[in-house]
Design a protein around this ligand. Sequence first.
Ligand code: NOJ
Length: 536
Amino acid sequence: MTDEAWWRHAVCYQVYVRSFADSDGDGIGDLPGITSRLPYLAELGVDAVWITPFYTSPQHDHGYDVADYRDVDPLFGKLADLDTLLEQAHAHGIRVIVDLVPNHTSEDHEWFRAALAAGPGSPERGRYLFRDGPDAVPANTVPANAVPPNTVPPNNWESVFGGSAWARVPDGQWYLHLFDATQPDLDWRNPEVPAMFEDVLRFWLDRGVDGFRIDVAHGLFKEPGLPDQRLTDAEREANLAADLLGPQHPEHEPMWDQPEVHDVYRAWRRILDSYPDDRMAVGEAWTRDAASLARYVRPDELHQSFNFHWLSADWSAPQFAAVITETLAAVALVGGSPTWVLSNHDVIRHVTRYGGGTVGLARARAATMTMLALPGSSYIYQGEELGLEEVDVDRAHWQDPQALTTGKPGRDGCRVPLPWSGDAPPFGFGPGSDQPWIPQPAGWSSLTAEAQAEDAESTLAFYRRALSARRTFATTAGDQVELLDLGAKVLTFRRGPVTAVLNCGTTTVAMPDGTVLLASGPLDDGLPPDTAAWLV
Ligand code: NOJ
């Protein structure tokens, strides 16, 4: 690994595989669809793509429920399609990160099927977290063929998707699922589990992937004895109500952020480092604070961890400044490389978070530019380069298990398939004329990639300019960020030769000294509200 490793300053584009591009007309995106759009991604100017899970899966959580970690689901293609994608992406100079889902398998995974068949106390059940409830009675005290009374779950844990985190099987035992009941949690204290995932890592590294995004990286280990969750119902409710990101429970709870998880990442780092060309891993770790996040990116652990703090900040210069300062301080503790994220497939798109419409779009472009000026890597989510807003998906079309469990709008609104071209759905998403798996709004014709490509003022043209301008300083401007004081409503910082300024206020402000390299919107005699600029 070198200090100049590509992932330290990359722009990584997240492809939500179901919703990116459909090659075969079934209304669901696939691997050949991604390959066909690599020229678009190269022209956009991204350094890498992260592809969400495409492995064999019953799709209850759209691929985050893996039945076979070493194969491609027929919905998305074949292993040979992944090989082609890797080869062509690399020919375009684009690295490929794949998603690894180690916290849970699908209920269709051969291990879980074997566990159900083998029964209580078996080694097969020992790969998962099967437990009796507190009111279980010895099996020999109930009549043959009767289900033993075992009506209370083993503890009070709640699923991230709502309801108890325990599901009962016909013989009366319970298994833990921190997400959907179709996603049983593995027992990472069983040595078979780490051994299996080390093989999976090698399988994809041997095929040529450049890295992994680690799903629920903070969740693998649970506190021994599985003690009750410590938050009261009221505290949990308050978190749910306040948390834009969903109930990810960053507080110290017995199912998250256990110390043993770091040994797993040390072992994985050794594997990654044994391959050439700076292979990497980025963790999806929701932690209490910056210091606990930093532990995941110590020099012998994961290379990066998503930094989600910007997602929960308001449209506020002081809040953005605090996020930047805290993030840089946390990674500096361990010599790590910061990451920045404004949108992904689990959160409300940032145009909508910042108010939607013209103002939301102006703010989203300005925030994106600010993020791109910072040291480290930026992760952008498909469709943000088109300025897409969250879609209010009709309840009849909800597919997200979280929405279906809680009865509240979930993550479908940020997962609507991309509009590529034409005047009507499916907007070139795939061949044919049917709506894709989540229907697209009829009014998206002016937002297609085709329509925006020819318009110099479009969000797509802006992203292309921004990524191109970023390349002129991303690797040379250094890691030092100096915050400047231009008033409480203005975020200003200097990084090497570049000064970035973001106006979160309501009046135009004077621009700092320098020549404007790029602005997120029209300038007048100064920097208008909801606008960012880079100066050199
Ligand atoms: C985080 C993923 O980003 C999300 O989409 C998924 O539902 C959960 N992990 C469970 O795998």
